[in-house]
Write a protein that binds this ligand. Structure first.
Ligand SMILES: NC(=O)c1ccc[n+]([C@@H]2O[C@H](COP(=O)([O-])OP(=O)(O)OC[C@H]3O[C@@H](n4cnc5c(N)ncnc54)[C@H](O)[C@@H]3O)[C@@H](O)[C@H]2O)c1
Length: 354
């Protein structure tokens, strides 16, 4: 059986989830991991990964690896991707593709030049409701979509780099809004939007305020026949966690999300499992409201990784490529520009709009 040999760059939150997915795919073999010295050994032992590295250059040069999977803070995405493609490896990159459109453009240019397999890891389009609403639209159930709204948020992320714009590229918009933007684009058949309007502010989350990144963002993104609305937050106090998608079409409406799936009350603040699953809730005791069950969150991750491995082995383009990630970055740049100017701003996709 032909297998794809994967080298993970990063050994943090997201790669724990990638491994849960890869471990169920017989054609995927995680051959090595590269992370900071403090993280790499415990991570490799936990997942029984045979080889470890602490330098990105070295894992990229390993001849026993076919594909590099990047799960690093965004300021390192471009560096890791370029090193990987220079060694003619396939490359997978977590969202956001880069800190901004210009950096993302360099990554797209690098994969083009080397002609390698590239995938932008946007797991939200693999949620069952995302695939279902796309089928509804393609089969005319909702008519033409005129308005689409995504809302999602919690009390903010767990690692300090998220709050440093020079490392992350921004706050809740680039962290959460990037999912909503790409899923809207994908549902609309990857049409390209023309202009955007945004409001962003740092209001509640202490780390976001100190770091100067937004913990609230509302954005309107205009497509040729559809207005989309993306609302993201890191400033919702515990109990406010939520997620929803609504679509209004000329012949119907669609709605999902809105209410938490699970409510848990706990005083056991020292439980590592609770700490892990409630990482974005900013509370240690009391009520925990989960918008998804862990199973519901993992299922699309498994589906995404199966799709990526099958696409790589079948020499096919995956659902989301670096080019899609770059377009998302350029839309986000435009929203940040509008949040400063207070006006609608044109989205400039340069030569990438077709
Ligand atoms: N798709 C999703 O739902 C989702 C969820 C969480 C995170 N992410 C994305 O995944 C990426 C990683 O986020 P995370 O939450 O796993 O971060 P994290 O803080 O949990 O882990 C970061 C990892 O990067 C490693 N690292 C940092 N600098 C390094 C270097 N110079 N060389 C090698 N390794 C280095 C660290 O050792 C650590 O293992 C981000 O782009 C984030 O936005 C996506």
């Amino acid at each position: 059986m032909k297998k794809v040999r994967i080298g993970l760059v990063g050994g943090g939150t997201i790669h724990n989830l990638h491994l849960l997915a890869y471990n169920g795919i017989p054609t995927a073999e995680v051959a090595a991991v590269c992370a900071l010295p403090a993280d790499v050994k415990p991570f490799a032992e936990r997942w029984r990964i045979p080889k470890t590295f602490t330098e990105i250059e070295k894992i990229c040069r390993d001849p026993d690896i076919d594909v590099i999977d990047i799960g690093l803070p965004p300021f390192l995405h471009s560096k890791a991707a370029v090193l990987a493609v220079e060694e003619d490896k396939g490359v997978l990159c977590e969202k956001p593709l880069a800190r901004n459109g210009e950096e993302a453009e360099g990554m797209v240019e690098a994969v083009r030049k080397h002609g390698v397999f590239n995938a932008y890891l946007e797991n939200y389009s693999f949620f069952p409701w995302a695939e279902e609403v796309k089928r509804f639209l393609e089969n005319g159930v909702l008519g033409k979509p005129v308005w689409m709204r995504f809302y999602g948020g919690g009390s903010g992320p767990y690692s300090p780099w998220f709050f440093k714009p020079e490392l992350s590229g921004g706050g809740c918009l680039i962290d959460l809004g990037c999912h909503f933007i790409e899923v809207h684009r994908w549902i609309l058949g990857k049409k390209n939007p023309t202009e955007a309007f945004g409001w962003a502010d740092s209001l509640v989350n202490k780390q976001a305020i100190e770091g100067g990144v937004e913990d609230y963002c509302l954005a309107l993104i205009r497509y040729p026949e559809t207005m989309t609305q993306c609302e993201s937050s890191w400033g919702l106090v515990s109990g406010g966690e939520g997620f929803s998608l609504q679509i209004s079409g000329t012949e119907g409406t669609f709605s999902t999300g809105d209410s938490p799936r699970i409510k848990v009350f706990s005083n056991a603040s020292d439980s590592p499992y609770l700490k892990q699953v409630s990482a974005r809730m900013g509370t240690e005791k009391g009520w925990f409201l989960f918008p998804f069950t862990m199973e519901e969150f993992l299922q699309p991750m498994v589906k995404q990784m199966q799709h990526i491995v099958e696409s790589y082995l079948g020499d096919e383009e995956p659902r989301h490529t670096f080019r899609d990630g770059m377009i998302v970055n350029k839309i986000i740049d435009t929203i940040y520009r509008s949040a400063k100017s207070g006006r609608w701003e044109k989205i400039d996709l340069g030569g990438t709009s077709t």
